[in-house]
Design a protein around this ligand. Structure first.
Ligand code: FES
Length: 574
């Protein structure tokens, strides 16, 4: 037991009027006198909601966390946090990641708890909860929703998101009827849990497992698997021990932990969204991390995991093949093996105990599933502060390409013209979409993998180079350049691109250039400045967000949220 008095005792341990008030109003929830004898109070921060299948089972899972907390001698107290259902929120769940982070940060800081279990799922909840918790820095552990069981349609497995994009293109190309398309919906999402592909939710849960922020197998055990309930129980027991040993989040969130996360991200062919989330999290704890770390660290890492969208299988098979510990074993000496984890074991100790059960799903470094699979970080006059592309999801022949831009000034402009049979576009064109960055949309939505023109789809074209300041779903694929920084709405060079301009992509050399001379660009910039209008939003969260959000290369956090405020609040409420 750490010598330090428990934080909760500052409220529940006082034998005066203030202590009466703190104890009485929580005894009203059904807690007996004897549990206020100095036991750790464990908050369970739960993003449960009925708005999406990813999080609908979290109330039940919380009950198993509570069993573990009680068993280990702690007192569990569950509290809610906004759920951020990825597929339901407009204009994009990403607009609210930082709002969740603020809610979690202040909920943890303001309440008399000693440690916290972050119980969540879906794309933005894991990073949002972790960012908030990191700025408080109490002992913290993550329990994720777990992935859905494999989607099913007409006798075969279908993947969340990945097959939506595929089916949608087939409908646009006249290869699938609308009735067939709609009949696939229920089979795709047929159980509780997050998307069953290596989309953003599973990317984040596997990445944070390699960062040591949860118990082993948290990243891949299905939401419907009874072993996830047992994992919840063990997670509840473990957080009590973390409090007793006063092991705080900042002791786990080291530079080595981030490096392990990036290595795992590359080995899994993880979502490009992890880049902004890890950058934002690093900013909260003050770990030096920049865009180039993702490219540099991943160069030696081949694709080891055969999961959609980069591969063939789904999260259920990944779990049965051994999950994250098995991949850590295959990564071997590349992993920072001494890094400590929330389990009390080092990364190296977890890897040593792991085994691979299916070589179709988890390859070796000598016989990988594919070549290097992290993200490439591009530079050039079109993206002075960087842009990214996921080569494992791209068409290899398009990774070095020159073409003429077909520009869409907004997402509405894109929707209005992309189906036009007279649109001047061919397979060599580069589709350019503006106004979809953090400030411009606002919220940086997942629209970067814009659908191709139907007339080209009918001709058999299945991929084109696409460039935007948007993100794309972790389940998506294609030769898609994302996160262009600065974004168009912030005056980045992307704002100056016009239809017909030539653009050169040299992926292997990490270059992205707009081939327009400087004098012409200066003229266009002057015209852009003159035409510039104030943001359309004058109040509320949107206004605060647009005024303070950082660009993609800084993780899209709000500028005043970077860093920590600590867990200390000295003043009483009454
Ligand atoms: Fe929630 Fe994919 S929609 S994880």
């Amino acid at each position: 037991m750490a010598d330090k008095p428990l934080r909760s005792q500052r409220s529940y341990g006082k034998l005066d009027r203030d202590g009466f008030i703190h104890r009485s109003w929580i005894k009203g929830t059904g807690l007996p006198e004897h549990v206020f004898d100095g036991r750790p109070i464990i908050g369970i921060c739960n993003t449960w909601s009925e708005l999406v299948t990813c999080q609908v089972h979290l109330r039940e899972l919380a009950e198993f966390v509570k069993r573990g907390v009680w068993e280990a001698g702690g007192v569990p107290i569950e509290f809610p946090a906004m759920s951020l259902p990825e597929t339901q929120m407009r204009p994009t769940a990403m607009l609210f990641r930082n709002l969740l982070a603020m809610e979690v940060e202040e909920s943890i800081r303001a309440n008399p708890i000693d440690g916290v279990v972050l119980l969540g799922g879906c794309d933005k909840t894991t990073p949002g909860q972790l960012m908030g918790a990191a700025s408080v820095d109490l002992p913290t552990i993550v329990l994720s929703s777990g992935p859905q069981l494999n989607g099913k349609f007409r006798g075969r497995d279908i993947g969340s998101g990945t097959d939506v994009w595929r089916f949608s293109e087939m409908v646009r190309a006249g290869e699938m009827t609308l009735a067939e398309f709609i009949s696939a919906e229920a089979g795709m999402s047929r159980s509780n849990g997050v998307c069953d592909t290596m989309g953003t939710a599973s990317t984040m849960s596997t990445t944070i497992e390699a960062m040591g922020l949860c118990l082993p197998m948290n990243g891949s055990l299905p939401g419907a698997d009874s072993r996830r309930k047992a994992l919840a129980h063990m997670t509840g027991a473990r957080i009590v021990e973390l409090v007793r040993q006063d092991i705080r989040l900042s002791q786990l969130l080291t530079r080595e932990a981030f490096e392990n996360g990036i290595l795992m991200h590359a080995a899994c062919g993880g979502s490009t969204n992890a880049v902004v989330h890890l950058l934002a999290l690093a900013g909260r704890v003050g770990v030096p991390l920049d865009l180039h770390d993702f490219d540099e660290l991943a160069r030696e890492v081949p694709l080891l995991v055969n999961l959609m969208p980069s591969g063939k299988y789904l999260m259920e098979e990944f779990c049965y093949a051994g999950g994250v510990p098995a991949v850590m074993r295959e990564l071997g000496s590349l992993m920072r093996r001494e890094a400590m984890t929330a389990s009390g074991l080092t990364i190296g100790q977890i890897a040593e105990q792991a085994q691979v059960w299916n070589r179709e799903v988890i390859g070796t470094r000598e016989a990988p599933i594919g070549p290097s699979s992290g993200v490439w970080v591009l530079r050039g006059n079109l993206c002075p502060d960087g842009a990214i592309i996921k080569p494992s999801a791209a068409t290899p022949a398009l990774l070095t390409h020159r073409g003429r831009a077909v520009v869409f000034e907004t997402i509405e402009d894109y929707h209005a013209r992309i189906d036009d049979p007279d649109l001047a576009v061919d397979a060599t064109s580069i589709l350019v979409l503006k106004g979809c960055g953090p400030k411009g949309y606002p919220g940086m939505p997942e629209v970067g993998n814009m659908a191709l023109p139907p007339k080209l789809l009918r001709d058999g074209v299945r991929d084109m180079v696409r460039i935007s300041d948007a993100r794309m779903s972790g389940t998506a694929y294609g030769t898609v350049i994302l996160h262009v920084a600065p974004e168009a709405a912030a005056g980045g060079p992307l704002a100056l691109v016009r239809t017909g301009d030539e653009i050169a992509l040299d992926g292997p050399d990490r270059k992205l250039d707009l081939l327009v001379d400087e004098a012409e660009l200066a003229r266009r910039r002057a015209a852009w400045e003159t035409a510039r209008r104030p943001p359309a939003y004058s109040r509320g969260w949107y206004r605060l967000y647009i005024d303070t959000v950082l660009q993609a290369d800084r993780g899209v956090d709000l500028d005043f949220l970077v860093g920590k405020s600590s867990a200390d609040v000295t003043r009483e409420s009454h």
